[in-house]
Design a protein around this ligand. Structure first.
Ligand SMILES: [Ca+2]
Length: 431
């Protein structure tokens, strides 16, 4: 019985795991080959998997029930034997002549007492077993109900509710150039990419198509991830721009590869008072994995958030600014220390970033509700590890929302100007 019981329990655990996997953060990374569909999240991928899995679980449950019935029958047989033995003893007591065969009778009585004791002990064992059986019966009934509910839930053919726009292109500007006017999810295939991948395109009224590479919104996604996860991307892309994600270093590399069409990185920040600021960097590039996804840009192109990528003099040490600048830094994660520090910045700060020793800008940092946090809040290492843009708020203030998005340089200063575009950018709080 044990293996089958284990299999059933395991099966159900799996069921629960998948039924809650849709919005949780327990899928390590999302690739096209993981069976969950082409993008994250897809409700149907999960539901289809459940649907395939359910018959096996039901079969296990039926087997389990049959085994319990066998046990129940065996117990009943034992009870019948005891009743029969009791009857035999009673009749033996009745028929034995007490005067002539006293000795024989006495030893027989001893036997009968012993026998009765055994029967009493067995009877209590049987009662325990019966209780176990009825408890099992109850849990089987509820498990069967649960299985039926799940089956009902997944019996309808699943339709993906995530809407993907039909236009495709090399990036979101290319898609906007082809006439797309709606912000949402699109497939892009940069020139050197071997396959297309999904991105969120922010398309504004001036026909500008920003490809979004990072979103922080509400702290729903943990950004403490390893090298592979940062390489492939994690979090959730949503058609209504409500979720948090890192697009993935490989994809960002492919999107910023071209030297003929330089890219601008626009960073948009929202603090806990609802103030919004931005920073632009031109000729933004992320190198190949062989170069540890190195960050490079030509210069700070403008904005009102200040140039935190250039480092900040915190007043602790004359070399502060030099050691907190980010241009030219390799990407680091807790399992790949490529920083300029004796220790491991990414591990201490629980993020992945272009770490120096360590940072003045840190948009993949830990999410702190309310903004202000202390060294004590920061955990065992006690270093500033929030979502930081130190040329605006100091490093013990963690921002509420961030966006990192890219657009060809030729479009950033489009006729209506960046100021107009920036005033339009909306935080989640505006919705
Ligand atoms: Ca180091």
């Amino acid at each position: 019985m044990a293996p089958s019981l284990l299999a059933t329990a395991g099966g159900l655990l799996l069921l629960f795991a998948f039924s809650s996997a849709q919005r949780g953060d327990n899928i390590a990374s999302c690739t096209q080959n993981d069976g969950f569909g082409m993008y994250c999240p897809t409700t149907c991928g999960v539901a289809d998997y459940l649907h395939r899995y359910l018959p096996g679980v039901t079969k296990d449950l039926d087997g389990f029930l049959a085994e319990l019935e066998t046990i129940s029958n065996l117990t009943q047989g034992t009870e019948e034997n005891i009743v029969y033995m009791k009857d035999t003893v009673t009749s033996a007591q009745k028929t034995s002549p007490s005067d002539s065969s006293y000795k024989r009778s006495s030893s027989m009585l001893d036997d009968v007492y012993r026998f009765e004791k055994t029967i009493i002990a067995q009877e209590s064992q049987i009662r325990e077993l019966q209780e176990i059986i009825s408890a099992n019966d109850r849990s089987i009934t509820s498990l069967k109900q649960l299985a039926m509910q799940l089956q009902q839930k997944c019996s309808e053919p699943c339709k993906d509710t995530v809407e993907i726009q039909p236009t495709t292109g090399t990036d979101c500007q290319d898609i906007a150039n082809k006439g797309a006017t709606t912000s949402g999810l699109y497939f892009v295939k940069p020139a050197k990419a071997t396959e297309q991948f999904l991105v969120y395109c922010e398309i504004d009224n001036f026909g500008r198509g920003f490809t979004v590479i990072q979103r922080r919104r509400d702290g729903s996604v943990d950004f403490h991830k390893d090298w592979t996860q940062y390489k492939q991307g994690f979090g959730y892309l949503s058609p209504d721009d409500t979720t948090e994600f890192w697009l993935g270093n490989e994809k960002i590399h492919l999107l910023t590869l071209s030297t003929t069409f330089p890219t601008v990185l626009r960073i948009e920040l929202v603090d806990w008072e609802g103030n919004k600021r931005y920073a632009d960097y031109t000729r933004f590039r992320v190198g190949p994995e062989a170069d540890k996804y190195r960050l490079t840009y030509a210069y700070y192109f403008g904005g009102d958030a200040g140039d935190a990528f250039d480092g900040v003099d915190f007043g602790d040490d004359p070399s502060d600014k030099f050691y907190t600048s980010h241009n030219g830094m390799h990407f680091s994660t807790h399992d790949q220390d490529n920083d300029k520090y004796d220790g491991n910045c990414a591990q201490q700060d629980r993020s992945g970033w272009w770490m120096n020793r360590c940072h003045a800008a840190h948009l993949n940092g830990r999410y702190y509700r309310g903004g202000r946090y202390t060294a004590k809040d920061a955990g065992e290492h006690g270093y500033d590890n929030g979502i930081i843009w130190a040329t605006w708020h100091d490093r013990w203030y963690s921002l509420k929302e961030t966006t990192m998005k890219i657009i060809p340089l030729s479009r950033i200063t489009a006729e209506d100007g960046q100021q107009t575009g920036v005033k339009q950018f909306a935080g989640l709080g505006d919705v």
